[in-house]
Design a protein around this ligand. Structure first.
Ligand code: NCD
Length: 356
């Protein structure tokens, strides 16, 4: 019997599963008509508690191009959440309407929390400043298409490494591949969070924390730019101190390899000079398009033979005593009080912060 699968963290995919998703995405791209009714009658729900352009629209387009339909909201003010409904109730109900739920929320661990109660697969479309696994699928699928590989690369990641959930998912995924070397380009305040640094160290990957793009750009095979995540700062002043520090210009690019791949999860604000859009090394628009095909492949995979699936989700987390509960104020457990205290090793199962 199949087991209900979710996409909460890229790390839950094994190499074989990831490879087969990429091959499926290639097949869809080559012959979209063959998939036009692959999920006829199926419904995808997008529950977006935070703004989105690409992620939400690409998931909706993906389901529509598979012949299914979409429901959902992008303004939680219009849903019963505004009346105080819990995430648990919302997900239980929507799971009876839809065959797959895509969720984005400002709370870390919210998709994991949803998966504890959902009768259908849950896809994490971004949980606060924690993870964004389908952006990582988009990024890795793009590297595979552009470079033919994800290993043995020198990768610069620049900008908001602290709050950037795409960065956390990407580093964790790329650390699985042999021979990657990371250059983490950020200010002191926006260095990667503790759990990310721990994961990189445990993986044995080589990484350097640097202050400027200039000191490593000549080495890089890949440069992953990100915006400073304004919405996660406590005050406008704090944001202003970090904004505009890193800007990729044509001048800096003069020192880069001719086959550098420049990625950005988008939206970009001012961290890439507009004229770089025309540089053949800028791959971020192709990257956004790739996201559609890989999301189509993901929906197909998660909703395969669901009528026979064992709907009881399997989680490796274990309960911990209430006094050891997560103290991260951005964790979903700080808001949704009915959630059980769960850990994986010495970390909160929801947000990966260390527990007591
Ligand atoms: C990213 C996100 O939402 O984390 N956007 C996206 O999904 N492509 C990056 C960002 O907002 O900076």
């Amino acid at each position: 019997m199949n087991t209900l699968r979710h996409m909460l963290d890229f790390g839950s995919l094994n190499d074989e599963e990831w490879d087969s998703l990429c091959r499926e995405a290639d097949k869809i791209r080559q012959n979209p008509a063959a998939y036009a009714s692959a999920r006829q009658g199926a419904v995808l729900a997008t529950l977006f508690f935070e703004p989105s352009t690409r992620t939400q629209l690409s998931f909706q387009t993906a389901m529509l191009r598979l012949g299914g339909s979409v429901i959902g909201f992008s303004d939680p003010g219009c849903s019963s959440v505004a009346k105080g409904e819990s995430l648990r109730d919302t997900v239980k109900i929507v799971g009876t309407y839809a065959d797959v739920i895509v969720i984005r929320s400002p709370l870390e661990g919210s998709a994991y929390a949803a998966s504890l109660y959902s009768p259908v697969p849950v896809i994490n479309a971004g949980d606060g400043g924690h993870l964004h696994p389908t952006q990582t699928m988009t990024d890795l699928y793009t590297l595979r298409r552009e470079l033919g590989r994800c290993d043995g690369l020198k990768i610069g990641v620049c900008g908001d490494l602290y709050y950037g959930r795409t960065v956390h998912s990407l580093l964790s995924a790329l650390a699985r591949y042999k021979g990657n070397k990371f250059y983490l380009i950020s200010t002191d305040s926006l260095r990667i969070p503790e759990y990310c640094a721990r994961e990189l160290k445990d993986s044995g990957a080589e990484f350097y924390e640097v202050k400027t793009i200039e000191e490593c750009i000549g080495e890089l095979d890949v440069l992953y730019m990100t915006r400073v995540q304004r919405e996660r700062f406590a005050s406008a002043e704090e944001y202003q101190r970090q904004a505009g520090v890193y800007v990729l210009t044509t001048d800096k690019l003069r020192h880069a390899k001719s086959d550098l791949v420049i990625l950005h999860p988008l939206p970009k604000v001012d961290e890439i000079a507009p004229e770089i859009d025309d540089d053949p090394r800028a791959k971020y628009f192709a990257q956004a398009e790739n996201g559609l095909y890989i999301r189509m492949a993901l929906i197909l995979w998660l909703t395969e033979n669901m009528e026979h699936a064992n709907r009881k989700p399997i989680h490796s987390a274990y309960p911990i005593p209430a006094e050891r509960i997560c103290r991260n104020p951005r964790c979903v457990t700080s808001r949704e009080k009915y959630l059980p205290a769960l850990a994986v090793g010495d970390r909160c199962a929801f947000c990966a912060h260390l527990v007591g």
